[in-house]
Design a protein around this ligand. Structure first.
Ligand SMILES: [Zn+2]
Length: 184
């Protein structure tokens, strides 16, 4: 159940990123011109294109590493998540959690690349600090890392404890999986 929502959400967000940030605003076949065009036509976002290719490659590589006999990967990037989930559905719960954490991290990154930090902020709020266990984790929009707001929680040089999105996604997936185990 949980795995399904990770992959469905990731696919939805990737589609949003692809459609809204990669579709050329002016199509050659279109003869209609908007008289009140506020923004100049933006070129295709090459950074977003590179990003999507890298994300797709990562999920494909992860799936073939886990299941070398997995069938051919779909060509549409957002279809990769359902494919990966299906191909790895027979693996152990731990291995499926690894896949879910990767899917969740990518899902959150899709939103970030689309300019929406809200899903990351929402997830971070529900996870306690891995070091001090406080509820003061914050998303740093500038550095794309998760920071602990507790002043007594810092590294050896006095900087706030920090975690990658991947680390917090792993923590989130493990916590939700444990909740689901006790609920059934
Ligand atoms: Zn802390």
């Amino acid at each position: 159940m949980g795995g399904d929502s990770y992959s469905t959400t990731a696919a939805k967000r990737l589609r949003t990123l692809r459609v809204e940030h990669l579709t050329p605003p002016t199509r050659p076949s279109s003869s209609t011109r908007r008289a009140t065009q506020v923004h100049p036509a933006e070129p295709i976002n090459l950074d977003a294109l590179d990003y999507i290719e890298a994300a797709a490659h990562e999920i494909v590589a992860h799936t073939y590493t886990a299941v070398p006999t997995a069938g051919p990967a779909p060509r549409t990037p957002e279809a990769l998540y359902a494919w990966a989930e299906q191909a790895t559905a027979h693996l152990s719960a731990e291995q499926q959690q690894v896949r879910d954490a990767l899917t969740l991290r990518q899902s959150l990154e899709h939103s970030l690349h689309a300019g929406d930090a809200a899903p990351v902020v929402a997830m971070v709020r529900f996870e306690s600090c891995p070091t001090c266990r406080c509820w003061g984790l914050m998303w740093s929009r500038a550095d794309w890392v998760v920071l602990c707001a507790n002043r007594r929680c810092h590294d050896t040089v006095g900087l706030p404890s920090r975690w990658s999105l991947q680390q917090i996604a792993e923590r989130h997936v493990a916590r939700v999986a444990a909740l689901q185990r006790t609920a059934t």
